[in-house]
Design a protein. Structure first.
Lengths: 97, 552
């Protein structure tokens, strides 16, 4: 199962993902995929440097699925994080019951 | 309400300056996250699922219109235009930027507010009767005592590192509207042997992983000894409370492991031996000073029937429904208490937009003597309303979508933020509440069902008070799937009880139907005038189990 590395941005806490270009992106579709344990460890090492550089906090890897090449978080929790949504509006069930 | 004196202003401003410096040092790399975390938690700042969450203290649920307007401004300027009122009668913003927090704290200090001790193993916000100073059944206004406890417990040097968080509730009324038995210390103002008022003291109540109802430690405590006595309770807890196991660290565990008699013995021995009792107990002059902030408004008694209200009641059944459920009697004839339910079907229970906060602030200013309350069921309260103003207020609430008349009915659900926001949550609670609200949207059906407390928590920490719900729903994670346990028979009132889990849990999509089945079982089995809790106590779990799971 492929993984991505996620975190919260230090300055505003927004959910971010380590991207293919080495930056941190809010959009999971741009997250860099790790397909092996070694690749996941490499992503985590890069993320640890970003923690030291005070870019992000609360780093961890999370498994994802691929649907037609698009990254799809596996757990409900990660789908909610990836959606960056509010709940004030009516009928917002983008993560179905 | 209480107003800051020079000391309070200076103290809060100093804390803002300290935190500004701490944030600067964090951003400059002089503090690691591990070093910064306890500092931000002491100022109510969490890192949650989507962003930072800032929890603002609303002391014992009392707010002024000026403060609510400032909260509205903060939501609009620094969050996403709304906030969430909690079961501790605080307000949470869920999309806060770390870099903005010092300015937000400064804006809060401008209106005598802060976030101190809204997190961490400290004394949390005191819960009070939301109808304090207005209720017909009140023996004494509890708010001065809430303020006494707030001042005593703020950065108390001996109790700054308690084993775990600590919560008080106080009521001075006959009816418990503050869930007193579910608090670490619960205080009820009662008449003593010489007809003087004092405190009936309960200890060791709480929800969470191991729910307990508070036990009576003292049937009557003279008011003047409140602080020295609760210091003795806290000293025994601080000494013996478990610090090795987070799940066993609350005072409820200590009280129930020692037994209330042994615990009482320890407290009474400490109290008797306390050499500083006289210096800890509040001087009469200071109590009078604090009480003076809570003088009742000079309401002029009026007729108990208002013609405009009566006419509208006859022609408008929706208004009649609101009047019946959301308007409560006031001690001054011709006045009433209005509950503004933040529970319209389709919205997140307890959420209020910045626009709604402004509207409610305006209403409080114009019609409720500048007073507002937040109750633990996540609604807002206008405590001093003239009956003659009810129609005008109602029409304004209708325009704002805030006139739902479901107070204390099924639709008036308590609901924690759950997995949609909270890092501790195992399952979502907001969509469950919304789906249940949709299913029971018809006000006539809710009326038919009658008073019912339905509470939802997204994890075992029980911020959504599921243990105290007549129907309680607890979200758990079972091998990656959200699963919901249903308990029945809980009560937060004078007949307090902890709900009983009725059977195996339900998947999210099956919960609304399960609630429907429970309600239909109640309706089919109740006798005339019997509410849900009474029926549950009479017949027990058998018909519910059979309806939910089939014959066993």
């Amino acid at each position: 199962m492929p993984s991505v590395v996620t975190a919260n941005r230090l300055t505003d806490g927004i959910v971010v993902y380590l991207a293919t270009d080495g930056s941190w992106t809010e959009d999971i579709v741009h997250a860099r995929l790790a397909n092996t344990e070694e690749e996941t460890k490499a992503l985590e090492a890069e993320a640890a440097d970003a923690v030291k550089a005070r870019k992000v906090v609360a780093v961890y890897p999370t498994e994802v699925a691929l649907h037609d090449g698009a990254v799809d978080p596996l757990s409900v929790r990660e789908r909610i994080r990836a959606s960056h949504r509010t709940t004030l509006t009516e009928d917002w069930y983008d993560v179905p019951l | 309400m209480y107003h800051y004196d020079e000391f309070d202003h200076a103290f809060v401003r100093e804390r803002v300056a300290q935190f500004r410096d701490q944030v600067d040092r964090r951003l400059a790399g002089q503090l690691t996250e591990d070093e910064f975390r306890p500092l931000r938690l002491r100022n109510g700042l969490y890192l949650q699922l989507h962003a930072y969450m800032l929890r603002i203290a609303i002391p014992y649920g009392v707010l002024s219109p000026r403060q609510l307007r400032q909260l509205s401004m903060i939501g609009r300027k620094w969050d996403r235009g709304y906030g969430h009122f909690t079961t501790r009668t605080n307000l949470q913003y869920h999309w806060i930027k770390l870099v903005d927090v010092p300015d937000i704290l400064s804006a809060l200090a401008d209106v005598e507010m802060h976030c101190i001790q809204t997190s961490g193993n400290s004394f949390r916000n005191v819960t009070a009767d939301p109808f304090a100073g207005a209720a017909v059944d009140e023996l004494e206004d509890p708010r001065p005592w809430c303020e006494v406890i707030r001042q005593w417990s703020t950065v108390h040097p001996e109790f700054s590192w308690l084993p775990r968080k600590f919560k008080f509730a106080i009521t001075g009324a006959a009816e418990d509207r503050a869930a007193v038995p579910f608090h670490d210390i619960g205080l009820k103002i009662v008449k003593g042997p010489n007809s003087e008022n004092g405190f009936r003291v309960f200890v060791g109540g709480g929800m969470g992983r191991t729910p307990y109802l508070g036990l009576e430690i003292r049937p009557f405590l003279e008011k003047r000894h409140l602080l020295s006595y609760i210091e003795s309770i806290l000293r025994v807890y601080n000494l013996y409370g478990r610090r090795d196991n987070l799940n066993k660290a609350r005072i409820k565990i200590l009280v129930n492991q020692l037994g209330i008699d042994k615990f009482r013995e320890e407290v009474e021995a400490d109290w008797a031996a306390s050499p500083r009792k006289d210096t800890i107990d509040l001087p009469e002059s200071e109590l009078l000073r604090i009480q003076s902030y809570f003088a009742p408004p000079d309401l002029v008694p009026g007729p108990i029937v208002d013609e405009k209200v009566e006419q509208r009641r006859i022609i408008d059944p929706v208004f009649a429904n609101w009047l019946k459920n959301n308007v409560r009697p006031h001690r001054v004839p011709g006045h009433c208490i209005v509950v503004i339910a933040l529970k319209q079907p389709g919205r997140t229970p307890g959420d209020a937009s910045s626009e709604e906060m402004e509207l409610v602030a305006d209403l409080a200013e114009r019609y409720s003597r500048n007073e507002l309350r937040v109750n633990y069921t996540q609604n807002l309260v206008l405590p001093h309303v003239a009956r003659a103003d009810l129609v005008t207020i109602y029409d304004e609430l209708v325009r704002a979508g805030l006139a739902v008349g479901n107070n204390d009915l099924l639709g008036d659900m308590i609901c924690c933020p759950g997995l949609d926001y909270c890092n501790l949550a195992n399952a979502r609670s907001i969509p469950i509440a919304k789906e249940i609200a949709k299913r029971f949207e018809d006000p006539k059906h809710q009326e038919l069902i009658g008073p019912l407390r339905l509470n939802i928590s997204g994890c075992i920490n029980a911020c959504g008070h599921h243990h105290a719900g007549n129907i309680g729903i607890l979200g758990v994670d079972k091998k990656g799937t959200e699963l919901y346990q249903i308990s029945l028979g809980g009560s937060p009132k004078d007949d307090a009880a902890i709900g009983t889990i009725i059977g195996p849990g339900f998947r999210a999509e099956a919960v609304p139907q399960a609630i429907d089945t429970i309600i239909e079982t109640y309706l089919a089995n109740r006798t005339d005038g019997e509410d849900f809790l009474a029926m549950w106590r009479r017949v027990g779990s058998a018909p519910f189990k059979e309806a939910l799971y089939g014959a066993v």
